[in-house]
Design a binder for this molecule. Structure first.
Ligand code: 13P
Length: 328
């Protein structure tokens, strides 16, 4: 999953999220249009050079590529590891205004056994932490950390690699200092629970948000500062025994997500490889080019290939802005 020069495509948007993304480019969101779009991404010629894995949504894991293979089998044939989103989304935490906890633990072991049979070899669970006035609270961090750890233990028992994703949202006017403090508290709570539930760090992938300025804060930190603060937090909290760390893009611009990753990956002496596991920052240009038209498929694939290649360079610390202009 963290092989050199490769990263992970998050294509596990729920049908509701997919609807929002499709609406933004005027595409009807149906089972078939979702299948066609995912088929476009996975079928991009040469994409396996840059992707070690793809995270699928339940519906997609049961759909077929144009050649008749199920999507997990299709990806595996290309040497890409199929993964699966197994959480069931977030709900409000009672007595904790503005805070969410992720559901999906009931019946999880059974679902994992089925996903393993379908060919999925890693799974994802996303927890959402919001920064605001007096939040996150201890109860929010605690509830989400325990859910993540219980999910991770269930995955390891089912021979599926857990990818734990505690996402600190970038929405808000908070400073980067506040984001650093909250990210550290979130990861401390998460890893305390990981240890409490006997989860093996050796078979665990962290998918984390980066430490960035709140979207609405007038002072936007540059890549050097984002890298320094993010790495400080990760070094303080993530066991060196872990095989790797991947990042979500979280609503950053495509190029910022790439620049931030490259700045971090260029840092020498880290105990783990770092790479991308982006949804929006990999897919935006492809979706905007496709717009639901069969005639745009080749151009959309080219746009997707370009972003994947830029992020492949970034996870080796080799991306530079001028490379954006260079054809493959
Ligand atoms: P973004 O890269 O768009 O944040 O999505 C990653 C993801 O998997 C969110 O759960």
């Amino acid at each position: 999953m963290v092989a050199k020069g490769k990263g992970i495509l998050a294509a596990d948007e729920s049908s509701g999220t997919c609807e929002k993304r499709f609406q933004s480019v005027g595409v009807d969101c149906t089972e078939e249009s979702r299948r066609a779009y995912r088929g476009l991404l996975f079928g991009t010629p040469g994409i396996e050079q840059f992707l070690s894995g793809v995270i699928l949504f339940d519906e997609t894991a049961r759909q077929k590529a144009d050649d008749g293979a199920t999507f997990p089998a299709y990806l595996a044939k290309k040497g890409i590891i199929p993964g699966i989103k197994v959480d069931k989304g977030t709900v409000d935490i009672p007595l904790a205004p503005g805070e969410k906890v992720t559901e999906g633990l009931d019946g999880l072991s059974k679902r994992l056994d089925e996903y393993f049979k379908m060919g999925c070899r890693f799974a994802k669970w996303r927890a959402v932490i919001t920064i605001g006035k007096n939040i996150p609270t201890h109860s929010c961090l605690y509830a989400n950390a325990h859910a993540l750890a219980r999910y991770a233990a269930a995955c390891q028992a089912a021979s599926i690699v857990p990818m734990i994703e505690p996402e600190v949202l970038l929405d808000g006017e908070h400073t980067i200092e506040r984001c650093e403090e909250v990210t550290e508290a979130t990861l401390r709570a998460t890893y305390a629970a990981i240890a409490a539930y006997n989860v093996f760090p050796e078979f665990l992938i962290l998918k984390t948000s980066m430490v960035v300025s709140g979207k609405g804060n007038p002072r936007q930190a540059g890549p050097g500062e984002v890298a320094e603060r993010t790495l400080r937090v990760l070094k303080r909290t993530v066991p060196a025994a872990q095989p790797g760390i991947v990042f979500l893009s979280g609503g950053q611009s495509d190029e910022s997500a790439t620049a931030h990753l490259s700045a971090m990956a260029a840092t020498k002496g880290l105990p783990w490889p770092l790479t991308f596991s982006y949804s929006r920052a990999l897919q935006n240009p492809a979706l905007n080019t496709w717009r639901g038209e069969a005639g745009n498929v080749a151009a959309a694939q080219k746009a997707f290939h370009h972003r994947a290649r830029m992020n492949s360079l970034a996870c080796q610390g080799k991306w530079r802005p001028e490379l954006e202009k260079q054809a493959a």
